[in-house]
Design a protein around this ligand. Structure first.
Ligand code: AKG
Length: 260
């Protein structure tokens, strides 16, 4: 990746996200998709990857999800966790020197990949792939401060039709009162105050190989997949070297990869 220019740096600070178009070649995206398809075939079988867990739609229980793993659609994989540990191609992407350099520009310091959060491939399926409400990733994360960045690589087209991400630009800087959030820390859609915020949402349109960088306090959401084809996106979370995970927290538990 070439260095971000001052306009891109300013846009990320203002909007809380930035799309870098065509950053990964079609051949590399195809190779990653092949790895992911093969691992999806294995998930839930006797050859399931040890130490590389899977999250099923049934586990999150969002509206429209299968009611249990034993119900129809119960083995629909929402995400392949442990992406770093799953395959060298995923590891190479997460550690890509040009990507790390871009993140270093945004953090203004050395970069650390955290393996507790994201570190996954989102595999949004038609039929049982559910919508996700407006949330901030930082809500369940524990660090000295909230400046982490998620790197989201689209391995195919992502838009409103197949459950592409929606964002509330600038929302990483918003103050939101606890009563605006539900028990899972999603923005409550029933509150007029929140409806005015949600009306500012935009659906991102990503193409194969596009990379979305977003701040861990950015409110984002996603729709269901109405396309008839699975959607694969690779997501990793990074922090600046001085932003340590809190001792004893889940954020500190899964290990990290520090880059020079
Ligand atoms: O693809 C989705 O449904 C939402 C993914 C997301 O927002 C997340 O993993 O934080």
């Amino acid at each position: 990746m070439t260095r971000l220019n001052s306009e891109q740096l300013a846009r990320f600070r203002e909007d809380g996200y930035l799309v870098l178009r065509q950053r990964v070649t079609p051949a590399r995206c195809a190779a990653l998709s092949e790895v992911i398809s093969a691992q999806l075939l294995e998930s839930g079988t006797a050859s399931d990857h040890a130490g590389a867990p899977v999250e099923y739609e049934a586990d999150v229980g969002y509206a429209g999800a299968p009611v249990s793993r034993d119900a129809p659609g119960g083995h629909t994989v929402r995400r392949l966790r442990g992406a770093w540990q799953r395959h060298p191609l995923l590891q190479q992407w997460a550690a890509e020197p040009a990507l790390v350099a871009t993140l270093g520009q945004l953090f203004g310091q050395p970069v650390v990949l955290n393996l507790a959060h994201h570190n996954c491939v989102m595999t949004k399926h038609p039929d049982w792939g559910t919508a996700t409400g407006w949330h901030r990733d930082i809500r369940y994360w524990s660090f000295a401060h909230a400046d982490l960045i998620t790197v989201w690589l689209a391995l195919g087209r992502e838009d409103a039709n197949n459950g592409g991400l929606q964002v509330l630009p600038g929302s990483h800087r918003w103050q939101v009162a606890p009563e605006q959030l539900d028990a899972l820390d999603f923005l409550r859609p029933d509150l007029p105050r929140n409806q005015a915020l949600m009306a500012q949402g935009i659906t991102l349109s990503l193409a194969e190989g596009d990379v979305l960088l977003f701040h861990s306090s950015l409110f984002h959401a996603a729709g269901a997949n109405l396309s008839g084809q699975r959607k694969f996106s690779v997501a990793f979370a990074y922090r600046g070297a001085d932003n340590l995970p809190l001792a004893g927290s889940r954020s500190a538990a899964a290990g990290e990869i520090a880059f020079d």
